[in-house]
Design a protein around this ligand. Structure first.
Ligand code: C2E
Ligand code: MG
Ligand code: MG
Length: 758
């Protein structure tokens, strides 16, 4: 920017000066040219006039010839008449070959002697062909007289004599005095060799012999030259012109400085103004550049300050972050503290509002911790708190939150639970884990139990404060109820824990004591509304709690390691049922049973299934299994092997609850899967949520491309059914067509297999 400004200013100045200089030069050359033309014209006029004078002199010499031819009177008369008529000539005289004067217009005046003596030998020896210039008289009063000698020759070329004509230079040059050639103007008459004969200035005729350098025109007859001819150091422009018929040259000279005086004055004025303007511009540029420089320095100072400020902000933020981290965590356990817990829970709850899942807030307090602190010392108490924190961490998932709220109190948030019962499972696990003895805490083995209070979002409160208050209240209830246990804020939920405990205890007896049974839900083909299969759904007829659904005890059975036995029971029950219907002569449709993850990874399963089929004489085609995406995860390779063995038995394989799992259709396409069951979560809102409708449509298309049949689960309404039919779904299952029913009712469907949706 700075360099640019300097360059621009300089460039501008140079341009202005260059243009001005060019203009002044052009003007000067024009003036010079004008002066040259004027001077050359004047020289031409004078030369012409002089030529005429000489011509008249020659004419007289012709008249003088008569005198030598004998006609003396006539000649004398003509000569004196011609002289009288011409004011340029002062007098004339005629000399014969021996330089004797034979006629004179003014006899009283003596002939300029030196001229005649000079003439005499030349007259005797040779013929002067041209006019000759005699010497000008030395006396000042005759100084303007220029003697000219014209030869007088006979017709045959013989020289008779010579005619002296005295030219009045004063008269001649006075003719041009009115022409303004300036104060320095000089008119000269030169001989052929350049010697000046006469000179006229504005003041008049110069009588002294002209001084200065000779003007040597060179070979040219006319033209102009520059030179310091008259005064040293003063330049003159001299224009010259040779006479046409006579050996003389006229020069007109004028000092250049005078010709250009007006121009030089205006040029000096102009250059002065220009110099002043340039100076001003330079000063302005200097100030501008200086202020730019100052501004630049200011800007860089500002930038530096800005950088410094940013660094300071970063530093401050870093310090703030560190301070926050320090302030947000409990230094003893490294867990978030109460403040951080508040922030984390609030942010989770804001997400929970958009989810259909449960969020569970727990307060956990160690029973009789104060006693440990008092008896064994704070140091041991601290170690115990650290051990408890470690165990809590071990019981929860990454996504859950654990914090130490102060003293022996911990806060926990379980996130995204599918159902409330899961919270009881986790709470039971927490009680169990925390209650395990802590070995060698500074040499002490300590066993301590926790009391846990549970509040559930959204049923017990939908903000942090309410949930905390309720969890706290529930925790005090747990303490009052005898410690080492968990309590829900909602008292009705408290039975869950007890019930779960009871169920788990009773599971083995249920299996042995025939408390399990199957319900059957028909799968209906959409093209003709024919029952094309059943799903066998497990039930537990509990002597105290009545009919229990699989969601309430299958997870327990899975945790307790009972599921394999239960699964075998289900398969056997299915085969038995099919055999029974077969024996009754009914046309069988495939009966699908649900398989847990552990069963799917049991490589002995296909053998046992084959055994059951054979035992009851049922074809593999009449059995199907349903697996979930998550059950494949543990070992897809083993699961794949088991599935292929089952497929080999003719058993149909369905992928259950599809859509809410993790796999892509691409991941399962290597597996032998014949049916895809779309999870009912997508079906329930299929009419209202465009997203779900799009997902369902694309699942149907993709499944068909992979040559799978599509079953939609959870169809509860006619318009869901219509939508699915339009979307190309093959089969539906749901309360709209039939709830899961007992064997007797299922038998009815086999007899009347068409279900009319209307
Ligand atoms: P699932 O395999 O997806 O079974 C379908 C569930 O959806 C059944 O619940 C059924 O009653 C329910 N259902 C059917 N139509 C509708 C409908 O229109 N609306 C609604 N809201 N629900 C409908 P159920 O019988 O409670 O079974 C729940 C889950 O328990 C089953 O889901 C399955 O994963 C599991 N399960 C059932 N029987 C067994 C079994 O023998 N062994 C194992 N391991 N799991 C089983
Ligand atoms: Mg199923
Ligand atoms: Mg399902």
């Amino acid at each position: 920017m700075l360099v640019g400004s300097v360059a621009l200013t300089l460039g501008l100045l140079v341009l202005v000066w260059w243009v001005s200089w060019q203009r002044l030069e052009a003007e000067r050359q024009l003036l010079d040219q004008n002066a040259r033309v004027q001077q050359e014209n004047l020289a031409a006029i004078i030369a012409e006039n002089l030529s005429q004078v000489f011509d008249r002199g020659r004419l007289m010499s012709i008249a003088a010839n008569e005198w030598f031819e004998g006609n003396r009177i006539n000649a004398t008369q003509r000569l004196s008449a011609m002289r009288a008529a011409d004011r340029a000539f002062l007098r004339i005289a005629l000399y014969d070959r021996v330089a004797q004067r034979v006629y004179s217009s003014s006899p009283s005046i003596d002939t300029p002697g030196p001229a005649v003596s000079l003439l005499r030998p030349r007259l005797a020896a040779a013929l002067p062909a041209e006019v000759m210039v005699g010497e000008r008289p030395a006396s000042p009063e005759h100084a303007w007289q220029l003697p000219l000698f014209f030869p007088v020759t006979a017709a045959d070329g013989r020289l008779h004599g010579v005619l002296l004509v005295v030219l009045d230079l004063g008269y001649f040059l006075a003719l041009y005095q009115d022409i303004d050639i300036g104060r320095s103007g000089i008119i000269r008459l030169l001989k052929a060799d350049g010697e000046p004969l006469a000179e006229a200035r504005q003041a008049g005729l110069v009588l002294d012999a002209p001084t200065g350098e000779r003007i040597v025109p060179g070979g040219a007859r006319q033209g102009s030259l520059h030179g310091r001819f008259f005064e040293p150091g003063r330049l003159y422009l001299s224009s010259f012109r040779q006479l046409d018929r006579h050996p003389f040259t006229v020069t007109v000279s004028r000092a250049v400085d005078e010709t250009l005086a007006a121009h030089l004055a205006s040029r000096a004025r102009f250059l002065g103004v220009l110099a002043a303007l340039s100076g001003l511009l330079a000063v302005a540029a200097f100030w501008f550049i200086r202020s730019l420089g100052r501004q630049g320095r200011l800007l860089s100072a500002l930038a530096a300050a800005d950088v410094e400020k940013r660094e300071l902000i970063v530093q401050l933020e870093e310090e703030k972050r560190r301070a926050f981290a320090l302030a947000a965590h409990d230094h003893l356990t490294g867990l978030p503290n109460r403040r951080m817990f508040h922030e984390l829970v609030v942010s989770h709850l804001s997400r929970a509002k958009r989810s259909r899942k449960y969020y569970v807030l727990m307060y956990l307090d160690l029973d009789r911790f104060k006693g440990i602190n008092d008896t064994l010392g704070h140091h041991v108490g601290d170690l115990l708190l650290q051990a408890v924190a470690e165990r809590l961490r071990g019981c929860l998932r990454e996504s859950d939150v654990i914090a130490r709220l102060g003293g022996d109190e911990f806060g926990l948030l379980l996130t995204g639970l599918e159902n409330i019962d899961d919270s009881a499972t986790v709470a039971a696990k927490l009680v169990e884990q925390v209650s395990l003895p802590c070995i060698d805490l500074d040499g002490n083995d300590i066993q301590i139990s926790p009391s846990i209070g549970i509040a559930i979002y959204p049923r017990d409160g939908d903000d942090f404060e309410t949930l905390c208050r309720h969890a706290d209240a529930a925790m005090y209830r747990a303490k009052h109820a005898g410690r080492g246990r968990f309590c829900y804020f909602d008292p009705t939920l408290n039975q869950i824990g007890e019930r779960l405990f009871n169920l788990e205890q009773r599971l083995p007896r249920a299996l042995a004591g025939n408390e399990l049974l199957l319900h059957f839900q028909p799968l209906v083909r959409l093209t003709d509304f024919r029952v094309v299969g059943f799903e066998a759904l497990l039930r537990w007829q509990h002597p105290d709690f009545g009919l229990i659904y699989p969601a309430d005890f299958v997870p327990l059975a899975e945790n307790a390691g009972f599921i394999a036995a239960i699964g075998d029971w289900v398969i056997a029950a299915c085969c038995r049922q099919q055999a029974e219907w077969q024996a009754a002569g009914l046309e069988l449709v495939p009966l699908a049973c649900n398989i847990s993850a552990s069963q799917l990874h049991d490589e002995d399963l296909p053998r046992r299934v084959a055994e059951r089929l054979a035992e009851h004489g049922v074809d593999g085609r009449h059995l199907a299994i349903e697996i979930t995406e998550s059950s494949l995860l543990a070992s897809p390779v083993v699961a794949g092997r088991v599935l292929r063995c089952l497929e080999a038995l003719g058993i149909g394989i369905a992928l259950d609850d599809f859509g809410n799992g993790f796999s892509h259709l691409a991941n399962i396409r290597h597996l032998p899967i014949h049916y895809l069951k779309i999870d009912r979560a997508f079906i329930s809102d299929i009419r209202n949520r465009p997203d779900d409708a799009v997902i369902v449509a694309s699942i149907i298309t993709l499944a068909h491309n992979l040559e799978m049949q599509v079953v939609a689960e959870g169809v509860e309404m006619l318009d869901q059914l219509v939508h699915l039919k339009t979307a190309g779904c093959d089969t539906v299952q749901g309360y709209y067509l039939s709830r899961p029913v007992e064997a007797a009712a299922a038998r009815h469907f086999l007899i009347h297999p068409i279900l009319n949706p209307a």
